[in-house]
Design a protein around this ligand. Structure first.
Ligand code: IPM
Ligand code: MG
Length: 371
């Protein structure tokens, strides 16, 4: 009998999801053997595959399984098969947004760290990305993603040349408590790091952001040891590529965080390197920040590292297994130092025998974690 048992709800989803999750689960099992912990992983349906099998992107059984688990490990959802602009058709993304909302996962933590071995893989100059180590703390259950929205048809004068046409809106809305709790999370994280929080908003234009900033400043006052500053989101987008090492913790609204995290991922060389933890009051969820990459699904070439780093975050945040998390981190660093790359990370200078597939990368990490 293992000394401890944890139950993980695994959600393979669509596209490359099943392939990358398989490798991450292998790494998790290797950790389990080494630390005498049993991880029981049980698949549930989410996203496009859930639509195909049940008609619902987020079936009630999945919610129940997620709630009963100690943690949720999600791969990716979505694909052209389910793409539609018809508001009455189910979309895979509704599964993702639904599970975030239902589990109350208001804090999305996206660490962006450049691996020294990969500074050459970024499209930016090595001296710009070397040493980047920042965390985006993205609000995940409010803002523009969840505000009131509507779409109307045949509105007089809304069409081209005065004809009837469509009108649609989304709303960026926050309650004070929602801002309070995400900002607190950012300051809590900053205290475990370099004690710096950059508040990113658009307070020069948006009312919701003016309130956000006011609340942020009030909480900053409770953390005098943490350096705090404001940055408008357009400027932040620019600063991320101009001088990314100035950042420690960035805290922002849902949509801003979505956009900035994709941008920031390129500092690491590939979106395939960025993992995230979504935390709230209940079960936490861990997932790569990237999508389901349907164009390379089934080819065996996907980069499983973001999914494997998601496991690392899960071990550290949900199970307090920091040594095990460090083992995975070291395994990744060593593998990259040995020159192995998945296709997304390999430029012309990488010899063909060092370019590995999804399972090949999994093999290398598993072997190192086993020690
Ligand atoms: C992300 C993704 C999702 C988001 C999509 C798939 C709905 O882009 O996790 O960043 O926008 O939150
Ligand atoms: Mg995104």
């Amino acid at each position: 009998m293992a000394s401890k048992t944890y139950r993980i709800c695994t959600l393979p989803g669509d596209g490359i999801g099943p392939e990358i999750l398989e490798q991450a689960v292998r790494v998790l099992q290797a950790v389990g053997e080494r630390y005498d912990v049993e991880f029981i992983c049980t698949d549930a349906l989410l996203g496009g595959i859930a639509i195909d099998e049940t008609g619902d992107p987020f079936p009630p059984e999945t919610l129940a399984a997620a709630k009963a688990a100690d943690a949720v490990l999600l791969a990716a959802v979505g694909g052209p098969k389910w793409d539609t602009t018809d508001p009455d058709k189910p979309r895979p993304e509704q599964g993702l947004l639904g599970i975030r909302k239902e589990l109350g996962l208001f804090a999305n933590i996206r660490p962006v760290k450049t691996y020294r071995q990969l500074v050459g893989a970024s499209t930016l100059r090595p001296e710009v990305v070397d040493g980047v180590d920042l965390v985006i703390v993205r609000e995940l259950t409010g803002g523009l993603y969840f505000g009131a929205r509507d779409r109307k048809y045949d509105v007089p004068g809304a069409g081209v040349d005065g004809a009837p046409g469509q009108q649609a809106y989304d709303t960026m809305s926050y309650s004070e408590y929602e801002v309070d709790r995400i900002v607190r999370e950012a300051f809590r994280i900053a205290k475990t790091r370099r004690n710096k929080v950059t508040n990113v908003d658009k307070a020069n234009v948006l009312e919701s952001c003016r309130m956000w900033r006011e609340v942020e400043h009030r909480i900053a006052g409770e953390f005098p040891e943490v350096e705090n500053g404001d940055m408008l989101v357009d400027n932040a987008a620019m600063q991320l590529v101009r001088n990314p090492t100035q950042f420690d913790v960035i805290v922002c609204e849902n949509t801003f965080g979505d956009i900035l995290s994709d941008e920031a991922s390129m500092l690491t060389g590939s979106l395939g390197m960025l993992a995230s933890a979504s935390l709230g009051s209940g079960t936490a969820l861990y997932e790569p920040s990237h999508g389901s990459a349907p164009d390379i699904a089934g080819l065996g070439v996907a980069n499983p590292l973001a999914q494997i780093i998601s496991v690392e975050l899960m071990l550290s945040y949900s199970f307090g297994m920091r040594d095990a998390a460090d083992d995975i981190e070291r395994a990744i660093e060593e593998t990259l130092a040995e020159g192995y790359r998945t296709r997304d990370l390999a430029d012309a200078s990488v010899p063909a025998d060092k370019v590995v597939g999804c399972a090949g990368m999994g093999d290398l990490i598993v072997a190192k974690v086993r020690g």
